[in-house]
Design a protein around this ligand. Structure first.
Ligand code: HEM
Length: 362
């Protein structure tokens, strides 16, 4: 006869609570600080597991040829859950900081070369989101992914299988870009023969208005020909050139994707663009929290470990600070620096197309 579930049987609590016994497989040899250290890491890995499940859901939904309107709230809901996980994960470092640097020194040697580098769930999350192997920083001549390939492809094929899958399957970034590519710009879609012309026209109108906006902002500066004015003028020119070369991408698909982001952000209050811009906002927020997690981790490491070499052989805090420069959704971030006040928006053709009554489904 099967027993009805209990709290402890459903959660496999006895098994779970036996897993904090360290290298010695004996909890008596684990100090209170080491127990803190082990539990915090295990809790992080559980949050990562949940985040991976959500990221995979988002990846599947975004990779569809047609994203139905009812999928959008589901994708956003899922991204939101990951954001909450990351926010909690940022805070959890406080608990680690209840351990003093000397408390850590008491058991650090037990770690040997074990390191957060080997948190393969972190790599899986990054891979699903869309980081490319070659974008990783190298330690010596190896990226963290090369390291996994060498150390796990034979000895731990399951671990290697799941990591490599996350780098070979189309990522969230791939799905996002395909969807952006299909976005109607000034009602035009990529299957229309005049689409290239419409996209170019929109970019040219936008650049013209951007130039006007810069001129007007400069004319508000009081001291003509002062050092400040000259510096602002030089900066403005640089900004303008950067924006132009970003939008006028020689790859027409990339050009369309970038223009679609700009279009959604520019007319974000239109009913049909409400969910698309919420999705874009959520992806930016998601990445922002990854960066905050990395930064918070680095500050905790600086406080507890100082600037020592990591157990994984990196330069420690210097390396960690470098990783906070990783960006996956680069184009979404870039477009933030080229938005204009409403009065400078190019004229929208057929605004009624973007009302709720439209049949368009991207
Ligand atoms: C006292 C606590 C901790 C210290 C001193 C510490 C230190 C370090 C150091 C020095 C590195 C650089 C790699 C190396 O050379 O080893 C690293 C990487 C890493 N740590 Fe920690 N860490 C701590 C806690 C945590 C926690 C609680 C997590 C949560 C999972 C974590 C996750 C990671 C990850 C994912 C990396 C890889 C970063 C990357 O390559 O992008 N660490 N850690």
């Amino acid at each position: 006869m099967t027993h009805p579930p209990t709290y402890w049987s459903y959660l496999r609590l006895e098994e779970l609570l036996r897993l904090q016994n360290g290298n010695e497989l004996n909890e008596d040899s684990v100090s209170r600080d080491e127990l803190n250290f082990i539990i915090i890491h295990q809790v992080y890995e559980l949050w990562f597991k949940l985040a991976i499940r959500e990221l995979k859901f988002v990846r599947v939904k975004l990779s569809q040829d047609k994203i139905h309107e009812e999928s959008m709230p589901l994708i956003v809901h899922s991204l939101n859950r990951i954001i909450v996980i990351l926010r909690l994960a940022e805070q959890q470092f406080e608990l680690m900081e209840t351990m003093t640097p000397r408390d850590f020194m008491e058991f650090r040697s037990k770690l040997g070369t074990a390191s957060g580098f080997q948190s393969y769930q972190m790599r899986i999350m990054e891979g699903i989101m869309g980081i490319k192997k070659e974008e990783y920083l190298k330690i010596g001549n190896m990226t963290p992914i090369d390291f996994f390939e060498v150390s796990t492809s034979e000895t731990a094929p399951n671990i290697w299988g799941t990591i490599s899958e996350s780098f070979t399957e189309p990522s969230i970034l791939d799905g996002l870009e395909q969807w952006l590519f299909r976005t109607p710009i000034q009602t035009s879609t990529p299957d229309q023969s005049s689409d290239g012309k419409v996209v170019d026209e929109f970019i040219n109108d936008y650049l013209k208005n951007y130039d006007e906006y810069q001129k007007q902002s400069r004319s508000n500066l009081y001291q003509k020909n002062s050092d400040v004015d000259n510096r602002v003028l030089t900066q403005n020119q640089k900004e303008f050139d950067a924006i132009k070369s970003f939008l006028m991408d020689s790859n027409p698909n990339q050009k369309r994707i970038k223009t679609a982001i700009l279009f959604i952000e520019t007319y974000r209050e239109l009913p049909l663009l409400t969910w698309p811009r919420t999705l874009i906002d959520k992806l930016v927020e998601l990445e922002q929290h990854f960066v905050l997690w990395r930064t918070r981790h680095a500050r905790m490491v600086e406080r507890i470990l100082g600037r020592r070499t990591g157990t994984g052989g990196s330069t420690g805090v210097d390396y960690l600070d470098e990783t906070s420069k990783y960006r996956i959704f680069k184009k979404l971030w870039f477009v933030r620096s080229l938005l204009l006040p409403s009065s400078f928006k190019p004229e929208l053709k057929n605004p009624e197309y973007y009302e709720f009554m439209s049949n368009f489904v991207s």
